[in-house]
Design a protein around this ligand. Structure first.
Ligand code: SAM
Ligand code: SF4
Length: 344
């Protein structure tokens, strides 16, 4: 039987297929550039944040996300900055959950530093969130303070517990940092797997000026993996969450361990995602400067046609990949924007 297409790919209301044949089905939305932490690899201590007037309203964010869902986005992740510090963020999540009810959207999720989770976990579950990522680089309270500058570990641990109690599956994201937490990876893995949480290790990426030198932080995950093999048996598994992590099953713990390796392993060939900032700028690649403004077409008319056309035009420019490098010869950030702009 012939395959029937309702929409031509790349057409005004159709699916988003980029020039390399990759279908865009995953949208990450940075709902704020603000944060209640100042992680050393992410932000400088004194950050200048966007003036409030430049931000999209929650209604505008909902409208834009809805256009993306109509164009084939199946997975929506809210991030930031810290998504849970944006005022009234639960109303956006509640509104977006209508797309889960219709089945148009398969997953609505967030990436959070966990500081506000104790307060919001129940609401998140009620609004259809079933899994979330919590960023946690150390289980040592003093080191946690050092790395986040402003954070309180006990609040994050309470948040993780509240999320699990509410029925949310929690995945811990740990940025692997040389001379900081490399000796804690085994303890983190055992802690996560002991509580039925996946752990994903992330390499530092050269985004934005921070108060320091990134070559001192960079720890290749190929090396971490080799060290872990002295202690654990790991089996590659085809598990996918829609993101770039490659997973193994750790035999001794029975749990899953993911690796996100933008620097040692280029993950671009299967890229299915784009990133929207809180000002309505669409980045087609985390590692490239090219972007499209969706705020102007969004505000130019009440209908969504202009914005749908602007999205198609942007997707037609999605680049093949990034070329991050961290070494002594490339000591500047590959990109001037911070991770808190695009949300990782
Ligand atoms: N505030 C939330 C959080 O920390 O989970 C969401 C935004 S944060 C920018 C998203 C993720 O990016 C976090 O897991 C964080 O550790 C990671 N991240 C931030 N800067 C990074 C960098 N330069 N390289 C690698 N990961 C980074
Ligand atoms: Fe905030 Fe997340 Fe960046 Fe840390 S990584 S400063 S919690 S946005």
């Amino acid at each position: 039987m012939d395959h029937i297409r309702l929409h031509e790919p790349g057409g005004d209301s159709g699916e988003m297929i980029d020039p390399f044949g990759r279908q865009v089905s995953y949208l990450r939305v940075s709902v704020t550039d603000r944060c209640d932490f100042r992680c050393v690899y992410c932000m400088a201590e004194n950050m200048t944040f966007l003036p409030k007037r430049d931000l999209l309203t929650l209604e505008e964010l909902d409208r834009l996300c809805t256009v993306f869902v109509e164009k084939g986005v199946k997975k929506l992740r809210l991030t930031g900055g810290e998504p849970l510090v944006r005022r009234n963020i639960m109303s956006l999540i509640e509104n977006l959950s209508r797309h889960l009810k219709t089945g148009a959207l398969e997953e609505l999720t967030i990436t959070t530093n966990g500081s506000q989770l104790a307060r919001f976990a129940g609401d998140l579950y009620r609004h259809g969130v079933r899994r979330l990522n919590v960023s946690l680089d150390t289980l040592d309270a003093r080191k946690f303070k050092d790395i986040t500058r402003w954070g309180d570990l006990s609040k994050v641990l309470d948040g993780v517990k509240a999320a699990q109690d509410a029925g949310l599956a929690v995945k811990i994201n740990m940025v692997a940092l040389k001379n900081f937490n490399e000796d804690e990876i085994v303890a983190m893995l055992e802690w996560c797997h002991g509580q039925d949480m996946d752990l994903t290790l992330i390499e530092t990426m050269p985004l934005g000026d921070i108060d320091g030198d990134r070559t001192d932080q960079y720890l290749p995950l190929s090396q971490v993996r080799a060290n872990l093999l002295d202690r654990f048996e790991m089996e590659d598994i085809p598990y996918k969450t829609g993101g770039p992590a490659r997973y193994v099953r750790v035999k001794q713990t029975g749990g899953r361990l993911g690796f996100i390796t933008p620097l040692t392993h280029n993950f671009c060939e299967s890229c299915n995602r784009v990133r929207l900032t809180c000002t309505g700028t669409l980045y087609m690649c985390l590692g490239q400067e090219d972007a499209a403004d969706l705020r102007a077409p969004l505000r130019a008319s009440e209908g969504n046609q202009l914005v749908a056309t602007a999205i198609d035009e942007a997707i037609s420019r999605k680049p093949k990949g990034h070329d991050f490098v961290i070494d002594r010869a490339h000591n500047r950030p590959a990109l001037t924007r911070h991770m808190s702009v695009t949300g990782g």
